[in-house]
Design a protein around this ligand. Structure first.
Ligand code: GDP
Length: 295
């Protein structure tokens, strides 16, 4: 399970709270100091932590919470609700175009898991009765196209490619193919770089303009924590991002990216990758994630 480190620490704090019959304001403050520390150690953005602890503290010491029969349970409920709110409250869905094809462009740094995600997303859409096509626009690494073809074939999703051709032309060609063969969703796999650079941003912008992208999905490696949040802010400022996909949640013991992204960037996390296999794909449910963390 993801976020073991954070989960264990928060569960310990919550256990202490629930084990006591009565709670004073000082007890809540002491617990919130531990919560704060646990979140910071999990690499959650410090402003997000500050705001989170403030909200929980205000709700916990105000109202009827401390004088209730089960103050510990009430505080835990508040922590759960605020964790859920932090991650976006409800599961966010794909913005489908009113007239197909819906064009989704996957962007992100090299190694984040874009190519794998293109196939995972395609498979998921297929299971929902959609007819997806993937455009191979990661043209700089010859191996990238082969890798995409292999995973897409496993997923049973067709790939539109023109070898090392021009990414904008390939995206346009793929969109025309959708119209010709009635594919209703086009997933564009773009080229990542090791770091954010102008050439990558310009290319993403050019594809976006040329084919009319409905949703720019930024693929981020959850294991990179705050670095993922910084990457998201840069992409959003320079290209404009509509939503986020978090990969490698299976290997993320801390949870800093998942807990900070929404609050820092304002963008919803729509899906996540939880392993290397095609089936290791889940819609991102903030409430289930909060429940998992608090055990
Ligand atoms: P790209 O460069 O962004 O296209 O990234 P790839 O799709 O090639 O993925 C990079 C590596 O991360 C590959 O070895 C994938 O198998 C692995 N990977 C992708 N998603 C996940 C995930 O959710 N969990 C784990 N554990 N590995 C993943």
């Amino acid at each position: 399970m993801a976020f073991e480190g954070l989960s264990e620490k928060l569960q310990n704090v919550m256990k202490k709270l629930s084990g006591r019959g009565k709670l004073s304001e000082a007890d809540v403050k002491a617990a919130m100091r531990e919560v704060r520390l646990a979140l910071l150690e999990a690499d959650v953005n410090y402003l997000v932590v500050k705001d989170f602890v403030k909200k929980v503290s205000e709700r916990a010491v105000g109202g009827e919470v401390l004088s209730s029969l089960t103050p510990g349970q009430q505080v835990i409920k508040i922590v759960n609700e605020e964790l859920t709110a932090l991650m976006g409250k409800t599961q966010a869905r794909i913005n489908y175009a009113s007239a197909p094809p819906t064009v989704i462009m996957l962007v992100g740094l090299q190694g984040a898991g874009k190519t794998t995600m293109a196939a995972k997303l395609g498979l998921n859409l297929k299971k929902q009765g959609k007819k997806p096509l993937i455009a191979a626009c990661d043209v700089y690494r010859p191996a990238a196209i082969d890798q995409l073809k292999i995973v897409a074939e496993k997923a049973g999703v067709p790939v539109f490619e023109q070898g090392q051709g021009q990414p904008v032309k390939i995206a346009q060609g793929a969109k025309a193919e959708c119209q010709r063969l009635l594919y209703d969703t086009l997933i564009i796999d773009t080229a990542g770089r090791l770091q954010i650079d102008q050439a990558m941003m310009d290319e993403v912008k050019a594809i976006r303009q040329a084919v009319g992208v409905h949703e720019v999905m930024l693929v981020l490696d959850a294991m990179t924590g705050q670095e993922a949040v910084n990457v998201a802010s840069s992409f959003n400022e320079q290209v404009g991002v509509d939503s986020v996909i978090l990969t490698k949640l299976d290997g993320d013991t801390r949870g800093g990216a998942a807990l900070s992204l929404r609050a820092v960037t304002g963008k919803p996390i729509k899906f996540c990758g939880v392993g290397e296999k095609l089936e290791d794909f889940e819609p991102f449910y903030p409430d289930r994630m909060a429940n998992r963390i608090l055990g």
